[in-house]
Design a protein around this ligand. Sequence first.
Ligand SMILES: [Zn+2]
Ligand SMILES: [Zn+2]
Length: 332
Amino acid sequence: MRAWQTRAPGPLSRRPLHLTERPQPAPGPGELLVAVAACGVCRTDLHVVTGDLPVHRPGVVPGHEVVGEVAATGAGVSRFRPGDRVGVAWLRETCGACAYCRRGAENLCPHSRYTGWDADGGYADLTTVGEEYAYRLPPGYSDAELAPLLCAGIIGYRALRRADLPPGGRLGIYGFGASAHLTAQVALAEGATVHVLTRSAGARRLALDLGASSAGDAYAAPPEPLDAAVLFAPVGDLVPVALAALDRGGTLAVAGIHLSDIPALDYQRHLFQERTLRSVTSNTRQDGRALLRFAGEHRLRVAVTPYPLDAADRALADLEADRVTGAAVLVP
Ligand SMILES: [Zn+2]
Ligand SMILES: [Zn+2]
């Protein structure tokens, strides 16, 4: 099978990814072998490939927004059968026994493992997943439309919950890529007023088209104070900007796994009046099921830019340069 391997993480100009021919993986006990029909290209893949994130598995195959068909099952599999359409996401394994797992916060499990970082992911013709971590997918979407839901959608959904947006509240969204354009639709469907702040003119057009009340530059003030905000752009400089845009008691959730340095905060301008700054770490399987259920009940518009599997390096370069509107998706 074809698979992209991360040889030596570093800048994309040094071509850290290589397209290789490898033997097919075999599903272990409790695992599914999945024939990849679509794999989303996530900013986290960029962090894995360029070395922003430490190497967990040398030569790893990136990709954790996989939609495919079960091609074979390992010993003891009972929830899925060959031919089922499944989703493979970032959260790959948790211990189930630690204090975090036992209190329903498996996203914080210190023993957790991740697809496309600790184990080979979906930039390939085939991949594997434990059946306990595979998702059933809602009908009414193409494979390429479903792929971005599996990380961009799920993480955005958790970030929105972490932002504590009150019913009918005013939400600010900083950065407007794959995750943000799905999160905005969830918030709008739930009755929020959404203001989008992003440097990309194309993304601002998409935001207004999807129903945002305003779309301005990332560093501009929104037209009204915000009850909650989610920072999707991996830009620490925007943290004080977004905190200053919050109304009293507002919450800013930072959605990314990686953020550039946050400049010094001014207590009065950025935090006093009970403003809250929160991070978002991965997600639980419950978050994943909730987002996919929501997507089954509300038809989300998923803006997809397809690339052939052979062009994964180009897709990552386009993502890094903000040349992708919506979500880039590899289609083998
Ligand atoms: Zn655990
Ligand atoms: Zn991701």
